[in-house]
Design a protein around this ligand. Structure first.
Ligand code: PBG
Length: 334
């Protein structure tokens, strides 16, 4: 019986792979700087940089250095950066009130970046209470329970404060139910109809966030785990329901998180909803490649490029990656 796809020796798959130029001709996916979003960690002070032990090559930066980093990203063609504050533990409280301070680290950084770079680079701000909460949770906690509706009210206020500072895209990463609708309404009521919402629609309770919690200093603070609000790693249908709801509630863009271990989710969401869909190559994924590379167990740069191409292959429109700057330099010929 003949095979409709062709048969050996008429067909030799290796023919198209024989030269670099012909591999380039048949390449189905390409990675460009347009695909990159660079997450940055902010600290207090002037001209301050601190390395993050569990994320070699990643540094927390004071605002003046964040402004420079944003300039570097802009010059290399990276369309947007994502900001995360490493908040002074003394400012963390059970009501997470520092999240509403218009002069907190994130808001001050947004204003400084906008002043220096205007609309030449997009700024994404997380919406969640974990950088400000003495419990380390993304929502308010009472008697061990993460409160949903009470948290929504705070997330709305946090969103408006960040929008007022000049943030272009709000990225709720808290996984409370109903937050996209609540935040959209709050933004619109304050005249921020044009501020975008990039929803962490499918965010899993994952062990791969460990180094991030080290980077923002929430690891010591976190009591318990996040399994009552973040998704169960065993589920995929549930991700589609989360996304469907967020689209109806007004999400402009979606995030799947973590990245590489969840490429099946990226593919299902992209196929089902045809929405701008981003993947977050999270801190633990970065740490794994860096640790193996430092041990000489794999070629770190090759693994970095291959991992980013994998996101494109899965259908992602872009990737939040700590590698963004390094990759952009390579794509720019350096
Ligand atoms: C919390 C938040 C987390 C990350 C981004 N926002 C961690 C968490 O949910 O505990 C993780 C990012 C990473 O690991 O790189 N709102």
């Amino acid at each position: 019986m003949t095979n409709a796809w062709g048969e050996f020796p008429n067909v030799r798959m290796r023919r198209n792979r024989a030269q670099t130029w012909s591999r380039r001709m048949v390449r189905e996916n390409n990675l460009s700087t347009d695909d990159l979003i660079w997450p940055l960690f902010i600290i207090e002070g002037d001209n301050q940089r601190q390395s993050v032990a569990s994320m070699p090559g990643v540094e927390r930066l004071s605002i003046d250095l964040i402004v420079k980093a944003a300039g570097e990203a802009k010059a290399l063609g990276i369309p947007a950066i994502a900001l995360f504050p490493s908040t002074d533990p003394a400012l963390k409280t059970a009501d997470a009130k520092e999240s509403l301070n218009a002069d907190n680290l994130v808001c001050s950084a947004v204003r400084a970046i906008k002043e220096a770079h205007g609309d030449d680079i997009g700024i994404i701000c997380d919406v969640a209470l974990d950088p400000y909460n003495s419990d380390g949770h993304d929502g308010l906690v009472r008697d061990g329970e993460i409160l949903n509706d009470e948290t929504l009210e705070l997330l709305c206020r946090q969103s408006v404060v960040q929008a007022r500072a000049g943030c272009d895209i709000l990225a709720p990463s808290d996984m409370m139910d109903g937050r996209i609708k609540a935040i959209r309404q709050a933004l619109d009521a304050e005249g921020f109809q044009n501020v975008k919402i990039m929803s962490y629609a499918a965010k899993y309770a994952s062990s791969f966030y460990g180094p991030f919690r080290d980077a923002v200093g929430s690891d010591g603070a976190l009591k318990g785990d996040k399994k009552t609000y973040q998704m169960d790693a065993a589920n995929t249908d549930e991700a589609l329901r989360e996304v469907a709801m967020d689209i109806i509630e007004g999400a402009d863009m979606l995030i799947v998180k973590p990245g590489l271990p969840y490429l099946d989710i990226v593919r299902r969401i992209k196929d089902e909803f045809a929405m701008p869909t981003y993947a977050y190559q999270v801190s633990g994924e970065y740490a794994m490649i860096e640790a193996a590379s430092a041990n000489g167990w794999l070629d770190g740069e090759a693994a970095m490029m291959e991992s980013l191409m994998a996101f494109k292959r899965a259908g992602a429109d872009g990737v939040l990656s700590y590698y963004a700057l390094r990759v952009a330099k390579i794509l720019n010929g350096g």
